[in-house]
Design a binder for this molecule. Sequence first.
Ligand code: GAR
Length: 210
Amino acid sequence: MKNYVIIISGRGSNMEALLTANLPGRCAAVISNRPAAAGLVYAARQGVATVVVDHKAYPDRAAFDAALAAEVERHQPDLVLLAGFMRILSPAFVRRFAGRMLNIHPSLLPAFPGLRTHAQALENGVRLHGCTVHFVTPDLDTGPIVIQAAVPVLDDDTPESLAARVLAEEHRIYPQAARWFLEGCLHVDGLCVRLSRPGPIPAALSFPVG
Ligand code: GAR
């Protein structure tokens, strides 16, 4: 059975969606860079091994990334899932897990990389906003896109209300992307990801762009 590792920084709702999705693999560990991350409590309750690699305990990014990479490697993952991990990873770290590391980002990339994505969507007057699961490459929020889901932006939206609508879609598409990866269905071709799976893409995905 394939192994995966989830890396979080906080609440862990995407991690929870992954852990409850009955993925065809085993979660070897949930790792957090923040000792107080709420997601650690949930993971431990589910019987998943939890580990803290506290970025504050390291003198610089290179040292933290080396320690994080060593911890991840220890679990020999086939797949690394960044789920609300809020630190920029060095190119050396990303190269080490190239082709087997996914991230969820709360915007329809390539629009709105970085932070404050929901506020940016409102400031820019977009009518559709959403979320993206992509392979992680050294440049921030730019890797090959696996699946996206779009939601309407409503006139009375606040960043919070929009975030909540997007988060519900995150919880749906991240487990789907992880499942496809663990089933060996994802093939990266430059910036594009091809999906080889028997049968059509599930009807529920016909509105989200996937
Ligand atoms: C999620 O909305 C995720 O997309 C975002 O942080 C939130 C974490 O929530 N990630 C990023 O912004 C990464 N750049 P969660 O801890 O409840 O999953």
